[in-house]
Write a protein that binds this ligand. Sequence first.
Ligand code: 13P
Ligand code: SF4
Length: 301
Amino acid sequence: MQPQERIAELKKERNAVILAHNYQLPEIQEIADFVGDSLGLAMQASKTEADVIVFCGVDFMAESAKILNPGKIVLHPEAKACCPMAAMCDPSGVRMLKKDFPRADVVAYVNTSAECKAEADVCCTSSNAVKVVNSLESDLVIFIPDENLANYVQRFTDKNIIPWPGYCPTHESITLEKIEKLKSEHPQALVVVHPECRPDVIDIADSVCSTEGMLSYVRGSAKTEFIIGTEKEMLYRLGKEFPDKRFYEVPGAVCPTMKLITLDNILAALESMSPEVTLPNELMDKARAPLERMMSVGRGD
Ligand code: 13P
Ligand code: SF4
């Protein structure tokens, strides 16, 4: 029996739902009940009626699903699938910044640990970061952990943003030189990039958006060729939804930890009901409020 068939059987037996991020391998996107960006996945997780959520993505995404559903079982098929940018921020450093800037509101990009979220007033994703920051009372904002996203948001707000010096290695590898080379090879193509990219890449982009925002942008565009400045698997989703359009990937833009989720470990997780995401209740209660506040702001792209 193929792993896909056994996964389908177990999904029924366990009343499980499979949620997958846009950067997951094609075979995983194919078996998922829902494929989307961080915000879409959090929203799906919060409204699912399944008893078990199999989360195919990195650690902070699976943790958010658990925090939003403390009564459900959340399986993360490979516990080592972590986000290196989330690991660059620690709660004690955030507490120190809060002491230095007591008037500031704290915005935690969802790419953070539950402990860092618990220190925040509100979370955001790449889809609604600008909207979230502009919804705040204070004119001073501590923004963790992505400096590029913080600088991107600063372009659209009068508030002063104090960034944490974190970054995504995958998006840092997308350089201006690489984009310019692709532009010279495909002069008709529009440049669509993720806001985790470097400022000089953002400067030359035709559109800057979340992974789900990229799908809406392409859908609404009369153009047929696009250079995609984000993780390579996004091109699978785009190619599937828009078979008549052409997409060009940036060489080397791979998130290695996203690829640690496989059909085999999804199957093993459903068989053994592990590894399960577990977090202390007190921590989940503290981290839930900023996540729920983020979801009430809704999409921004
Ligand atoms: P999205 O929320 O846009 O899917 O981004 C998540 C992420 O980790 C980007 O690197
Ligand atoms: Fe984290 Fe970057 Fe991978 Fe997104 S692409 S999960 S930010 S390392």
